[in-house]
Design a protein around this ligand. Sequence first.
Ligand SMILES: Nc1ncnc2c1ncn2[C@@H]1O[C@H](COP(=O)(O)OP(=O)(O)O)[C@@H](O)[C@H]1O
Ligand SMILES: [Mg+2]
Length: 371
Amino acid sequence: MKPFQPQKLPIKDIQWDSLIPLIGRANRSLAYYDGILYGLANPDILLSPLTTQEAVLSSKIEGTQATLGDVLKFEAGDAPVEESRVLDIEEIMNYRRAMHHAEEQLQSRPFSLNLLKDLHAVLLDGVRGKFKARGQFRSSQNWIGIPGTPIDKAQFVPPAPNDVKPALANWEKYYHTDRPDPLVQLAILHAQFELIHPFLDGNGRLGRMIVPLFLFERKLIANPVFYISSYLEAHRKEYIAGLKGLSEKTSVAWTRWIDFFLTAMDEQAIDNAKKARAIIDLYARLKKDVADLTRSQYAVPLLDCLFKQPVFTSSLFDHQPGMPSKPMIMNMLARLKKAGMIKVIREGSGRRPQILSLAELLNICEGPEVV
Ligand SMILES: Nc1ncnc2c1ncn2[C@@H]1O[C@H](COP(=O)(O)OP(=O)(O)O)[C@@H](O)[C@H]1O
Ligand SMILES: [Mg+2]
């Protein structure tokens, strides 16, 4: 198989007519989701678990096994026994760190290939990133196939190293042009990025990170939080087949890919909206409940901490500004436990502290019984 020669963007022969109803629907769903984000007073707190869950699922498409519960437990100090699970968690935490870095950078400069390289360096920081040319576009030929298979048995051979830079320059230029429909543009951007496959590893995850970043930069969503990987993971075969089909460079393949991607956007916008709404409602309800149960002026700061880190030990509150004394916190936590709002997920013993969770919040993010 010869290295792929990518088409120049924009893609010319898309069958727009068949896509129009779906374009309308996906844009409406996204606007509905954005309406929910728009009213958020404290997005950092409320959207934090959704960002982590996207990192979990996007990494899962690539084969990591760790769950949202594993990541949150790890952050609370409960590490799994298996080494591979720890490495999974490390990758997921890198993913989230890369997202936060991008969000911060986009406040002051537009998206660029340099930012993309920075994100790659953050994503592959650690054991598994060794020998993967961290933060660098590749200078050797890569291929996609079952691990260990030679290049002549590859499913797909991305462009030759010398073709990568021009293809990326064209991709970056297209990213910043105003196309008639930004969601179709995003579908093409994601696919073309995977076809160029500019890094030795991490292309899938970086290509999916672009989704919320692009939507945010185009002001289609008020916060760079959009959770698409759950659809791609659930339809993994179709996702990969759609990308594979693009090697043919036909109008039918592109139109089919865009159809798939817009369906994903539409369904996930609705799902994102549902989850964001449920989190907002939960926060409002618990704010009242915590105040009633503790009768404390510290009720809201305490709840905010729980939303930011829903799996925790009591030392979570130790160095937080505006928090009361340790005995007072222990007293508040005891009341919340008694009321069933927070649950013990690991009993303390000896020097191992007890681990607690705000189970309802986790259930919204990942479905029931996460931890
Ligand atoms: N036949 C294909 N053509 C183009 N892209 C593909 C194909 N098969 C898989 N992909 C993309 O490549 C990604 C995997 O590439 P990789 O560099 O290993 O990324 P990561 O390390 O994030 O998994 C998949 O998630 C998918 O987006
Ligand atoms: Mg990989």
